[in-house]
Design a protein around this ligand. Structure first.
Ligand code: XUL
Ligand code: CO
Length: 442
């Protein structure tokens, strides 16, 4: 195999916060024990195949800018796919990423027919199995790209034409089987075009029924092939569609309840999708744990001013600490992980830029883990929260919650009660506690 990333000759090492080697980790120390677990097992980092190896920097205004010699009309698609995979595994190994994630169409070219596409995918899955065996890199999740082909212009499962539903079913059936074959821990469904542009041509009742039926078929198939990984929906409010059905965690929760899918389907929360839906990342994580549907994370951030999905590598330790705190409080990532569904900026055209991006992202998340673990260890926040709700544990609160009171019994109590004593919410002091935990994280 010809080496592609020649400027990075060996595995990226941990050198500690004092290091100024740009190709070393300063915070991510895979074997370090944090809150009882190795850092690698807490964070379960994954590299996404599509942004890092399939995308060559094209945008709606211009052609690709990046050095990705396996992409383009001059390359034989199958040979290109094989070369791309060699390079991807060279990258995973040198970076020391324990996991990767892919869409069916990322790893194998699409053929002229469904049968041909399936054959090409099987061939590339064999290649992937060999690389995984050789390198020890594991699969965090697989998924199907049921949004790029023009047939999916009006959705996959939610398409007005059931023949399109058939094509999507075939793709997901196969992608689920190969995810199982490669030992994936999760299978993701991002509803790329499951939404609408205008209600003038859309029947949202039908479309949601179709989506629910599709998900039940996924669960049935998962059972029949013995796949015991998690099935994850990835919420996103819009882009590419104007309105997407999996708007945010709470919308997905309501959908799962309505269509009897609770316990079967969880969520893959993407940081920038949270931002786009008008929520903070930590809110989406907390909402998912509260609903019992937390699954995994796509750890790519947005931009404060740009209202689209910029998929940046995470750089804000403050933002990620708040998310990691909710994750640790909820019991950790479990079978989920932190997938960098993130891409380089279009001008980052040097081969080693991909290393700098992932090193920065992994260090940001590792430092956030340390800060969040320190917040948990100090235990000041839970004590303050418990004190704030103390009244609900005492007689009055307990009696209300137990159903022993009515509006009129409470009215009678209010008539003679003193004005409730207000106490400070102490937000700024609590934010300072978080800042201190970031400073303390070493
Ligand atoms: C799109 C997105 C996808 C999913 C997988 O915004 O996040 O890459 O993660 O289909
Ligand atoms: Co994503």
């Amino acid at each position: 195999m010809t080496e592609f990333f020649t400027s990075v000759s060996s595995r990226i090492a941990y050198e500690g916060p004092e290091s100024d080697n740009p190709l070393a980790f300063r915070w991510y120390d895979a074997d370090r024990i944090v809150a009882g677990k190795r850092m690698e097992d807490h964070l379960r980092f994954a590299v996404s195949y599509w942004h890092s190896f399939c995308w060559d920097g094209y945008d709606i205004f211009g052609a690709g800018t990046m050095d990705r010699p396996w992409v383009g009309p001059h390359v034989d698609p199958l040979n290109g796919a094989k070369r791309k995979m060699e390079v991807a595994f060279e990258f995973f190994e040198k970076l020391g990423a324990p996991f990767w994630c892919f869409h069916d169409r990322d790893i194998a070219p699409e053929g002229a027919t469904a049968r041909e596409s399936a054959r090409l995918l099987d061939e590339m899955v064999e290649e992937a199995a060999g690389h995984m065996e050789r390198t020890g890199v594991r699969l965090l999740w697989g998924t199907a790209n049921a949004f790029s082909n023009p047939r999916y212009q009006a959705g996959a499962a939610t398409n007005p034409d059931p023949e399109v539903f058939v094509q999507a079913a075939a793709q997901v059936c196969h992608a689920l089987e190969v995810t199982h074959k490669l030992g994936g821990d999760n299978y993701v469904l991002w509803g790329g075009r499951e939404g609408y542009e205008t209600l003038l041509n859309t029947d949202i009742d039908r479309e949601q029924e179709q989506l629910a039926r599709f998900l039940h078929m996924v669960i049935e198939h998962k059972r029949s092939i013995g796949f015991d990984g998690q099935i994850l929906l990835e919420p996103k409010p819009f882009e590419p569609m104007k309105h997407q059905y999996d708007h945010d965690v709470s919308t997905v929760h309501a959908f799962l309840q309505r269509f009897d899918l609770m316990g079967e389907v969880h969520v893959n929360i993407e940081v920038n999708h949270a931002t786009l839906s008008g929520h903070d990342f930590d809110h989406e994580v907390a909402a998912a744990f509260s609903a019992g549907i937390f699954g995994s994370i796509d750890a790519n951030a947005g931009d404060d001013r740009l209202g689209w999905d910029v998929d940046r590598f995470p750089v804000s330790v403050e933002q990620m600490t708040l998310g990691m705190y909710e994750i640790l409080k909820g019991g950790g990532l479990g079978r989920g992980g932190l997938n960098f569904d993130a891409k380089l900026r279009r001008q980052s055209i040097a081969r080693d830029d991909l290393f700098h991006a992932h090193i920065g992202g992994m260090d940001t998340m590792a430092r956030s883990l340390l800060a969040a673990a320190s917040l948990i260890e100090q235990a000041e926040l839970p004590a303050i929260v418990a004190e704030r709700y103390r009244g609900w544990d005492a007689d009055l609160g307990a009696s209300i919650l137990a159903g022993n009171e009515s509006l009129s019994s409470l009215r009678d109590r209010a008539l003679d009660a003193a004005e409730p004593v207000r106490i400070s919410g102490r937000q700024e002091a609590l934010e300072n506690l978080v800042a201190r935990s970031v400073e303390r994280a070493r």
